[in-house]
Design a protein around this ligand. Structure first.
Ligand code: APR
Ligand code: ZN
Ligand code: ZN
Length: 362
């Protein structure tokens, strides 16, 4: 059996997305069919539409999603029909060299559904964004991409843990290993940076310094747990962070912009032996130059954070529980909820800077 559902598709480079009917097969071995309840609009979706990821059009967009498992294929035991799940784009394989060494959050062989979803009008195979494709009433994924969480959370808030918000929280609590009493600075307070602030706060950081060039982002940052804010358009970020940390710099500095100049700020705004976490994603032409003596002399560690080094089975249920206990405000990331046919408008609004996340609610 197949399912005909409505979905948001990017048909060609730079062209506005369109609402299309797509055909979703029943789940085969190891797969799950998920009825989507909500899906956040992420920069990566826009990136796909602009041809910035690859040329495998048409793309089925959407990847920050939560929904309910409708049916599962042969051999699936971890999730069952009726489970409320968050989708992830790194299903752990259990067998690659990272998994076998007990570091499944680095899994080098993550997998997606084997069967293809297609466009009803032309029969063309769709490329689901990040192997998910959740701006759709239903989507087909590998069962390992589904993590069951407490049904009491709203789908709009829960779905955001599937990508950007997890990347930010994980940059703080997993990659940066932020702990009780630490001082943390976060450079760039969009959805990812704001999540790093919330993550640092819930991990017990004593000081959380938010840095952005946009005052509106700093207001949200405070709501999510920033103890200090710095507008780096007006003030030198490195000096300000040092001043707020007794002249030394922060224990952990999280770069959530993805630019050489902000990475450089992060590098010099941390204390000796401190940690820099790069979670912002640079573009191919960007280069970084640093005195090698400073790299050595300042010690500590310079890390990159992939998807917040998250392990969905460990992190999603835990973060949803913290949310339901009122300790992690995931609702604060949902700036607006929109309908399936408003994704293109949400892309336009992204450039305005007043949105953390627009979330499609189905
Ligand atoms: N200094 C400080 N902040 C900056 C600077 C700068 N030079 N340039 C931009 N910013 C701020 C913006 O004002 C904005 O608040 O960085 C923030 C970026 O946020 P978003 O555009 O909403 O992006 P977000 O979804 O948070 O992702 C940030 O992480 O995962 C990656 O690909 C993603 O590279 C992107 C980064
Ligand atoms: Zn995303
Ligand atoms: Zn693996």
């Amino acid at each position: 059996m197949t399912h005909q559902v409505r979905a948001v598709v990017a048909r060609g480079k730079g062209a506005p997305v369109s609402l299309e009917t797509i055909i979703v097969p029943d789940p085969g071995p190891g797969e799950a069919l998920v009825k989507i309840e909500a899906c956040g609009v992420c920069h990566t979706d826009l990136h796909y539409r602009e041809g910035g990821i690859n040329d495998d059009f048409p793309f089925l967009l959407g990847h920050e999603a939560a929904g309910v498992v409708e049916s599962v294929g042969e051999g699936v035991t971890d999730v069952a029909p009726g489970d409320f799940v968050i989708l992830n784009w790194r299903a752990v394989c259990g067998q690659c060299r990272a998994c076998l060494r007990g570091r499944p959050w680095y899994c080098f062989d993550t997998h997606n559904a084997q069967q293809k979803m297609t466009l009803a009008s032309t029969g063309q195979e769709l490329s689901p964004a990040l192997g998910i494709g959740a701006f759709a009433e239903k989507t087909l994924v590998a069962a390992g991409q589904c993590t069951k969480v407490d049904r009491a959370a709203s789908a709009a808030a829960a779905g955001l843990l599937g990508c950007g918000v997890m990347a930010g929280i994980g940059a703080a609590i997993n990659t940066g290993n932020v702990g009780r009493g630490d001082s943390v600075a976060v450079i760039g307070c969009g959805g990812v940076g704001a999540a790093a602030i919330a993550g640092s706060s819930v991990a017990g950081a004593a000081k959380v310094i938010a840095v952005d060039i946009d005052d509106r982002k700093l207001v949200t940052a405070r709501k999510l747990g920033a103890t200090h804010t710095v507008n780096s358009k007006e003030t030198d970020a490195v000096e300000a962070i040092r001043e707020l940390t007794g002249g030394f710099g922060a224990d952990v500095v999280i770069e959530a912009v993805g630019r050489p100049e902000t990475y450089q700020q992060a590098f010099y705004a941390r204390d000796l032996a401190g940690t820099v976490v790069l979670v912002g994603v640079p573009t191919p032409e960007m280069k970084l130059e640093l005195p090698l003596l400073d790299v050595f002399g300042r010690g500590g560690s310079l890390k990159s954070s992939w998807y917040g080094d998250c392990l969905p089975s460990r992190d999603f249920p835990m973060l949803i529980d913290l949310h339901l206990q009122g300790r992690l405000d995931l609702d604060a990331f949902v700036t607006e909820t929109i309908a399936l046919d408003e994704v293109e408008k949400a892309f336009e609004r992204m450039h305005g800077g007043d949105v953390l996340r627009s979330v499609v609610v189905l």
